[in-house]
Write a protein of this length. Structure first.
Length: 117
């Protein structure tokens, strides 16, 4: 599976961004999807998860109420809407596919999000 994330950039604190991740190489609707992030000097962190059909989502505690994950199976794309951004959201954001109960070990190149105060 190939993952192409985009939509990152530089934004002021309190601003918004929408990330996209296009998936190719497999049947997209067979995979749950997620977003992870990694800040400099820190471990990679879970951000959000969405089920195969998009009817179920859950989030990491640090982004609950601010971020929204969604998907369009026809476009083979998963999105992450990020509102009320904080400097601590600065990281490289990666999408990831999940088959059954196992996350696949494909990360793609990620997209950089920088939030300035």
């Amino acid at each position: 599976v190939q993952l192409q994330a985009s939509g990152g950039g530089l934004v002021l604190a309190g601003g918004s961004l929408r990330l996209s991740c296009v998936v190719s190489g497999r049947t997209f609707s067979n995979y749950a999807m997620g977003w992870f992030r990694q800040a400099p000097g820190k471990e990679r962190e879970f951000v959000a998860h969405i089920s195969l059909t998009g009817t179920s989502t859950y989030y990491g505690d640090s982004v609950k109420g601010r971020f929204t994950i969604s998907r369009d199976n026809a476009k083979k794309t998963v999105y992450l809407r990020m509102n009320s951004l904080k400097p601590e959201d600065t990281a490289v954001y990666y999408c990831r596919a999940k088959y059954g109960s196992s996350w696949l070990n494909y990360w793609g190149q990620g997209t950089q999000v920088t939030v300035s105060s």
